[in-house]
Design a protein around this ligand. Structure first.
Ligand SMILES: [Zn+2]
Length: 527
C-alpha cells in the first residue's frame, strides 16, 4: 500500500494520547493511562496493587519483550507515542486501582483521538474485566503474550489512516476473483436475472424446459446474489454508504462493514487474503454461467415460431417508421380532442391507433451475432398478447398507410372543429340560467386558486359578487372572478357548482372544492 497517513492527523492523535500518559520508574516496560470517563489524570497508584498485580504483569512483559524484534518494539512505541522501554498500557481508575482489570485491547487506541477533558473513555468491548490477582501464571502469561502481539499488529495498521485502509480494502474487494469474474460476465449475469423475470419467458416452449432452466438459475445465480447489488455492480469500488472498519486484533483480521447493505467482508492481514461472507468455487461458477447461457440458447432454438413472430414485429416497426411523424400529429389531435369540454357523437376510429400505440411500447433490437440470451434480455415486450395480433396488423399494413393516416387526420380535424366550444357558447343550463363556457372557465380558475381554502358558500358568494364581511376581510372581492355570475341567485350558483361536481369537473373537499383530472387542463397554472 502506498498511502501515507497524513502527518498532522497522526501528530494530533498522539499528542492527545501522550498528554494522558504516566510512567513509573520501577516499571519501565509499562505505561499507565487514566481509565474511565472524565478521569483526566493519574494521581497515585494503590500500593497493594502496585506490589502485587502490576509487578507481576511487568515481570511477564519484560520476559515477553525479549522475544520480539526491535523493529516491532519501535513500531509499537510509535503507535502509542511511547518513551523509554514501555510497550504495554495499563488503565488506572480514579481510586488508583487497576481499571476493570487494567489490561486493554489495542483497538481502543487505533485510529482514535482522545481529549484531555475526557481521558480514555469506557469501551466495554476493549477491556477484559478480569481480576488479575485471581489469575494463575498459566492464564495470565499467555494473555499478556497475546496482548503484546495484538499491539504489534495494530501498530502495523496504525501506519496508515482509517480512510486509507477503507480505500485499500475497497480496492481489494474490487479485485476479488468472484467480483472480477462477475464484472467480466456482467451482461450475461444480468441478462439471466432479467430473463428470469420477463414475461416473454412464458411464451417459450417447452414449459418443462423452462421450469428446469429457472430451477438452475437459482443455483447459478447464488454467488452473485450473495453480494449486494450496490457492491457488485456499482461504478465505484463498493456501495456509496459510510462504512465501518472493525479490527479484530486477536485474529489479525480487518472487517469492512456496511450497516445499510447489511454486508461485510474480512481481510486477513498476515495471509494478505480477502474473504467474502460466502466463498464459492470459481471454476464451478464459471462453468455454470456458461451452461445456463447455452441451455437458454438451446431452448430458444426450438422456438422457431416465436422467433419468427419477433422478427415480424420488428419488420412491422420498420415499415411504420416513415409514418411516425404523421402518427405524432394524429396523437396531438387526439390529445386536443380529449381536452374538449363537451364531446358530441363518437370520436373517429382508426385501427392504426392501436397498432402505433402498442408497437411504440415494444423494443426489439436487431439480432446480430450475440447469443439469444443477450438478445432476448434486451427485448421490451410489455404485452405478450400482441404476439397474437401480428397477422391482423400485417394485413392492415398492406394498405396505403400514408393515405389512410392522412384521411384519419382529416376526420379528427373535422371532429375537433365541430366540437370546439367558444366562451360565448352555452355549456349547460342550471335552473333556467344559461351557463356559458367562458363562465365555467372562470369558475374552474377560482376553484383552482383557492382549492380547499373556503367552504362552498363563500365560493358561491364570490361568484355572484356578494360582499360579506368574510369576503372583505379575506380580500376576495379583488379576485378577477368576483361577480362572474352577478345575475344569479346564491342557490342557483350553488346548484351550478354541484352540477359541475356531478359531471366530474370538480371534486368535493372537506372545505369547498378542488379540480379533477378532467378540469385541470382548462386553468392557467399560475395564480
Ligand atoms: Zn452499503
Amino acid at each position: 500500500m502506498n498511502y501515507d497517513k497524513k502527518i498532522d492527523e497522526m501528530g494530533e492523535d498522539l499528542m492527545s494520547l501522550t498528554k494522558l500518559t504516566y510512567y513509573m520508574e520501577e516499571f519501565p516496560y509499562l505505561v499507565f493511562y487514566p481509565g474511565g470517563k472524565k478521569n483526566k489524570s493519574i494521581r497515585s497508584i494503590n500500593n497493594k496493587v502496585r506490589k502485587e498485580s502490576i509487578h507481576r504483569i511487568h515481570t511477564m512483559v519484560e520476559e515477553s519483550v525479549q522475544h520480539i524484534t526491535q523493529e516491532d518494539v519501535t513500531a509499537l512505541q510509535a503507535f502509542l507515542g511511547l518513551q523509554g522501554a514501555s510497550v504495554l498500557p495499563l488503565l488506572i481508575s480514579k481510586e488508583g486501582d487497576l481499571y476493570l482489570g487494567g489490561l486493554v485491547k489495542p483497538e481502543l487506541f487505533l485510529f482514535k483521538t482522545f481529549s484531555n477533558e475526557h481521558g480514555v473513555p469506557i469501551h466495554q468491548e476493549y477491556v477484559f474485566e478480569t481480576k488479575i490477582n485471581t489469575l494463575s501464571n498459566d492464564k495470565l502469561e499467555p494473555l499478556i503474550q497475546s496482548l503484546i502481539n495484538q499491539y504489534i499488529f495494530c501498530a502495523k495498521l496504525a501506519k496508515y489512516s482509517r480512510e486509507n485502509w477503507i480505500a485499500y480494502l475497497e480496492s481489494r474487494f474490487q479485485s476479488h476473483s468472484l467480483v472480477t469474474f462477475a464484472q467480466s460476465k456482467k451482461e450475461e449475469v444480468q441478462a439471466v436475472e432479467k430473463m428470469n423475470k420477463l414475461n416473454l419467458l412464458s411464451q417459450l416452449k417447452y414449459p418443462e424446459d423452462i421450469a428446469f432452466w429457472r430451477h438452475r438459475v437459482e443455483i447459478v445465480m447464488r454467488p452473485f446474489r450473495s453480494i449486494p447489488m450496490h457492491w457488485l455492480w456499482s461504478s465505484g469500488s463498493t456501495c456509496n454508504h459510510q462504512k465501518d472498519l472493525i479490527v479484530h486484533s486477536e485474529k489479525r483480521v480487518m472487517e469492512l462493514h456496511c450497516d445499510i447493505c447489511d454486508y461485510q467482508f474480512f481481510f486477513y492481514y498476515e495471509e494478505d487474503a480477502l474473504q467474502l461472507n460466502e466463498e464459492f468455487d470459481l471454476e464451478k461458477v464459471r462453468k455454470r454461467v456458461n451452461t445456463i447461457e447455452r441451455q437458454f440458447n438451446e431452448i430458444v432454438e426450438k422456438n422457431d415460431s416465436l422467433l419468427d413472430k419477433l422478427k415480424r414485429i420488428r419488420s412491422i416497426q420498420l415499415t411504420l417508421k416513415p409514418f411516425q411523424y404523421k402518427w405524432k400529429s394524429v396523437c396531438d389531435l387526439l390529445e386536443q380532442i380529449n381536452k374538449i369540454p363537451k364531446q358530441t357523437g363518437d370520436i373517429p376510429f382508426s385501427p392504426f391507433v392501436e397498432i402505433f400505440t402498442q408497437l411504440n411500447k415494444i423494443t426489439i433490437p436487431n439480432h446480430e451475432d450475440e447469443s439469444y440470451l443477450l438478445w432476448f434480455s434486451q427485448i421490451e415486450l410489455p404485452n405478450v398478447h400482441v404476439l397474437k395480433t401480428i397477422d391482423n396488423w400485417e394485413q392492415l399494413l398492406n394498405q396505403d398507410i400514408g393515405r389512410l393516416l392522412t384521411e384519419y387526420e382529416k376526420q379528427l380535424e373535422e371532429y375537433l372543429e365541430q366540437n370546439k366550444i367558444s366562451r360565448q357558447e352555452e355549456f349547460m343550463k342550471v335552473n333556467n340560467h344559461s351557463l356559458y363556457w367562458g363562465e365555467v372557465e372562470q369558475m374552474l380558475q377560482l376553484i383552482h386558486d383557492y382549492a380547499g381554502l373556503y367552504p362552498a358558500h363563500v365560493i358561491t358568494q364570490v361568484l355572484i359578487g356578494k360582499t360579506s364581511n368574510k369576503i372583505r376581510t379575506e380580500k376576495l372581492h379583488y379576485t378577477s372572478q368576483f361577480g362572474v355570475l352577478d345575475q344569479w341567485l346564491e342557490k342557483d350558483a350553488m346548484k351550478a357548482l354541484k352540477t359541475l361536481e356531478k359531471e366530474g369537473w370538480l371534486q368535493k373537499l372537506s372545505k369547498g372544492f378542488a379540480l379533477t383530472d378532467k378540469s385541470i387542463p382548462f386553468v392557467e397554472k399560475a395564480v
